[in-house]
Design a protein around this ligand. Structure first.
Ligand code: NAP
Ligand code: ZN
Length: 349
């Protein structure tokens, strides 16, 4: 077994504490990673708080992992020891359903296995995530990271990146399209960079007037403050595509008004209460509301390669692993620009 260290929550809303545990060794098609960096997603906070009601404890969170391959099983062809590899939201899927066969593992007919707070597929063993010194995963679920990217700033691409890249691609955002990104957080700031790199004209919808300059620096050409009714009225009917990354309860109907006729409002944020909007707001303008979850493995690799080509990574604040509780506290207060990444190397020192 591989002696590992991590940060664990023993029960819902508990502070994380240092934790010693054992990982099983890599099997023939698996790699063992020494985790170097792990991003902190709002979903990690929501899972520790059991906001969605399906968390399993004890929980080692973390699903934006960048690691160094230390051991390759005998059948591994994709990696060699020493390579930098990445793992995101999923650790397994059935591999054989209509979704898995076309690289949409996130929508696996038999439910994809997350990378933490789950039982390892086919077992009753709890799977611990990336706030730890090691991770074992099948080579198929490990991604290659372009060498041009700073590995710490690349970590958030594994969830925040693919979760925003995938809908922008699926709804074919491209040159000249007027696109809005609602919520300038971990997901939102990467969405702005992607949409801009795809050629769109990007507007940020924010509840934080102080983020204006950052939004423009990240690639937006305009900023709308959601609490300013004059700005919201002026923006009505403007956007072909609006990506809603907001983590807390908010008025989806107010965002829907910003979408133009035949436009799409795509929701990726997951507030814990159901959303409400009037069907009239949808019908007047033949608008669509839809959602999107993470992204499959081929598209995640495509996104990483796109980031390598376009020099895109997250704006991060790198913290020692020991600062995880402070980071959670600050993330809940929206005091982050724009993603915390934990330096897991400090665990093995
Ligand atoms: P984050 O970094 O905390 O950013 C969320 C942003 O939402 C904030 O920066 C803020 O932006 C805005 N916001 C927060 N509270 C608000 C409020 N009360 N009213 C209006 N706006 C508010 O979170 P994240 O890591 O980007 O995650 C965003 C959401 O996506 C979370 O719900 C997360 O669970 C979810 N998620 C979904 C998937 C998926 O597969 N669909 C994957 C990963 C994460 P402004 O300051 O600009 O207003
Ligand atoms: Zn996430």
């Amino acid at each position: 077994m591989i002696l590992s260290k991590g940060y664990v929550a023993d029960r819902a809303r508990a502070p994380l504490r240092e934790f010693d545990f054992e990982r099983r060794p890599a099997r023939a098609s698996e790699v063992l990673l020494e985790i170097l960096y792990c991003g902190i997603c709002h979903s990690d906070v929501a899972m520790v708080d059991n906001d969605w009601g399906f968390s399993l404890f004890p929980m080692v969170p973390g699903h934006e992992m960048i690691g160094r391959v230390t051991t390759c099983g005998a059948e591994v062809t994709k990696f060699q020891p020493g390579d930098i590899a990445a793992v995101g939201c999923m650790s397994e899927s059935c591999r054989d359903c209509s979704h898995c066969r076309v690289g949409l593992e996130q929508y696996c007919d038999h439910i994809s296995t997350p990378s933490f707070s789950t039982y390892e597929r086919g077992t009753t063993n709890l799977l611990f995530g990336g706030f730890s010194s090691s991770y074992v995963v099948d080579q198929r679920f490990a991604l290659k990271v372009p060498s041009s990217l700073d590995p710490a700033a690349a970590a958030p691409l594994l969830c925040a990146g693919i979760t925003t890249y995938s809908p922008l691609r699926h709804w074919k955002v491209g040159r000249g399209d007027r696109v809005a990104i609602a919520g300038l957080g971990g997901l939102g700031h990467l969405a702005v960079k992607f949409a801009r790199a795809m050629g769109a004209e990007v507007t940020v919808i924010t509840s934080s007037p102080g983020k204006r300059d950052d939004a423009l620096r990240l690639g937006a050409s305009d900023v709308v403050v959601s609490s300013d009714s004059a700005q919201m009225t002026a923006g009505a009917g403007s956007f072909k595509f609006l990506l809603d990354t907001i983590s807390a309860d908010h008025s989806v109907e107010a965002l829907l008004r910003l979408v133009r006729t035949d436009g799409t409002l795509c929701i990726v944020g997951v507030p814990s209460t159901p959303i409400a909007f009037s069907s009239m707001a949808l019908a007047a303008g033949r608008k669509s509301i839809c959602g999107s979850g993470m992204g499959g493995l081929p598209e995640t690799q495509e996104m990483l390669d796109f980031c390598g080509e376009h020099g895109i990574s997250a704006d991060i604040e790198l913290l020692p692993a020991q600062a995880v509780n402070d980071a959670f506290h600050r993330l809940k207060k929206h005091d982050v620009k724009y993603r915390f990444v934990l330096d897991m190397r400090s665990l093995s020192r």
